[in-house]
Design a protein around this ligand. Sequence first.
Ligand code: ADP
Length: 244
Amino acid sequence: MAAKVDLKFSTDWKEAKAYLKALTDKQREEHYFCPDFVSLKKIPPWKDGEAKGAPDKEKESHYKPDKALNEKLSLFRGDITKLEVDAIVNAANSSLMGGGGVDGCIHRAAGPLLKEECRTLHHCETGKAKITGGYRLPAKYVIHTVGPIAQGNPSPAQVQELRNCYLNSLQLVLDNSLRSVAFPCISTGVFGYPSEAAAEVVLSTLREWLEEHRDKVDRLVICVFLEKDEKIYRKRLPYFFPMA
Ligand code: ADP
């Protein structure tokens, strides 16, 4: 086995990435930036009964109840950087060199090697996605995607761009044989995409993708940070992922 690399002091992202890749899951733990990480086992799958308040029954769902499919989805409220999943998605800006919001949190938690690897990716277009190592994060990989800047009502092109963020991130999940991924609420912070409208795009995209690829993944986690977003998702989940 290669010589031990101290992730706190390493300046060589390639060496650190290769080193981490060769470790077992248990061995990786000692490199996590936080001791209070959340393993996938601790993130329960979606259950209709968890919906707070009256479920949204105004419109009958046109999606079929599918218990096995519902078990592939979770809603989690908290800090995405603490999640021990195969990949977390970063709502990045096109430079991929870090920024505010969730992007800043991910870069701070992963440590400076993340930026060094991002530097080699140069740039990312809106709706596209690129993958890097996770370094000191409990997540093995970070998928960086750039959401549309939609101050106010999103245009049809912006709706498609937001959808593409999720689809292109999921394509990287498949390409890299990853089994679990967590998404933040892309574009709904500084980029100004309205949260309710974004949730419709996210839930329809994840539902349709899971119908096609359910056997390829164990779990897709929607990681909300704000109470407002948790309420929106709890209200709309029974429509997109109804129970029998
Ligand atoms: P964007 O520029 O794409 O709008 P932001 O980072 O400003 O990205 O916001 C995207 C979402 O990420 C918002 O819902 C915000 O509340 C959420 N967020 C911020 N920090 C975290 C975090 N540590 N973990 C999960 N979500 C976060």
